[in-house]
Design a protein around this ligand. Structure first.
Ligand code: PBG
Length: 326
């Protein structure tokens, strides 16, 4: 009989397990996505995202305060405009809902909290695509870049410390960096959704922002194909070359191989977005009593960190942070 190797020795007590744990999860590594809706008189719950709301500006500020108090790393804003049009002008209007909300958060926190703005047109276009359309109905990449540049400037001017382009247009990071620099916003950070996959897990988010893609269309013409792995590295490298300060992989759990690849190949901070469908799956199974939702949420967020992400965007941000603190 050979002597038995006993790795279990290190698992005997909770203190030992903590001592040798390889991965940490702290509140500052979580970012809370928050929705703010124009002309809403009180916050409205989002059915497919239990516990999440379309906020008024004042309930948004209150929620951001609770996140801040729980040690959450920051918030990222998504807007729900009152009306939509073919260019998504609410995205770059100085009085657009996200710009109004950014100014309110800036008044509240100044530089004491990281406030990010998702930078895309889909919440604001009447056709639901992330860019403007050509006459054949396809998304016009380069015409869209011009509007992203305007949106970046509007968001930075309203107080966004970080802008996060999520439209997957080619050249979007370069266009935004150039625009921000020439408008004097040299310190505005770009968090690029670099490897954003055309995923079926965004359904509840589209309910939250009331987006329906015209004609039952989809985003496969611009977001990545889930069959591809190498392509994510190409996208991320281009974004870094164009000036991305931080890169993102999205969704999270089904793309941990991508997180791991990018972590190995690149030296910028990396985050992952634990998206609406991932949150909804946990919430709905937990509501049935089929899983322990709190435990599964924690396990998944740790997995994202273990794969190599520095931080995670998650609808669990405040909830998990409050539990980590208690
Ligand atoms: C696009 C955007 C989407 C999400 C974040 N930014 C939706 C999409 O690409 O269709 C999804 C986030 C989530 O599902 O939680 N502006």
């Amino acid at each position: 009989m050979f002597p038995v190797e006993r790795p279990r020795r290190l698992r005997r007590t909770s203190a030992l397990r903590t001592l040798v744990s390889e991965t940490s999860l702290a509140p500052h590594q979580l970012i809370a996505p928050l929705f703010v809706a124009e002309a809403l008189v009180e916050p409205r719950g989002i059915t497919s995202l239990p516990g999440q709301f379309q906020h008024t500006v004042s309930s948004l500020v209150a929620e951001a305060r609770r996140c801040h108090a729980a040690g959450v790393g920051g918030v990222i804003l998504f807007g729900v405009p009152l009306s939509k049009d073919d260019t998504g002008s609410g995205a770059f209007d100085d009085n657009g809902i996200v710009q109004v909300a950014l100014r309110a958060l800036r008044d509240e926190f100044d530089d004491d909290f990281v406030v990010m703005a998702d930078l895309c047109l889909d919440e604001y276009t009447d056709h639901g695509h992330c860019g403007v359309l050509k006459s054949d109905g396809s998304v016009d990449n380069d015409a869209t870049l011009e509007l992203y540049a305007q949106t970046a400037i509007a968001q930075a001017a309203a107080g966004a410390q970080v802008v996060a382009p999520s439209g997957m247009m080619d050249g979007q990071v370069g266009a935004i960096r150039t625009a921000l620099d020439s408008a004097g916003f040299l310190d505005t950070v770009i968090l690029a959704y670099s490897a954003k996959y055309a995923s079926a897990l965004y359904g509840p988010f589209r309910d939250a922002v009331e987006v329906e893609i015209i004609g039952g269309g989809d985003r496969r013409g611009y977001q990545q194909d889930s069959r591809n792995r190498r392509e994510a590295l190409r996208e991320a490298r281009l974004d870094v070359l164009e000036g991305a300060d931080i890169i993102m992989v999205k969704p999270a759990m089904t793309y941990l191989d991508i997180v791991s690849d990018l972590r190995r190949e690149l030296d910028v901070p990396i985050c992952a977005y634990h998206v609406s469908g991932e949150y909804a799956m946990i919430k709905s199974a937990a509501a049935q009593g089929w899983i322990d939702g709190d435990a599964v949420a924690l396990e998944q967020l740790i997995a994202v960190r273990r794969a190599g992400a520095d931080f995670v965007l998650t609808y669990f941000a405040r909830d998990v942070s409050e539990r980590l603190l208690s």
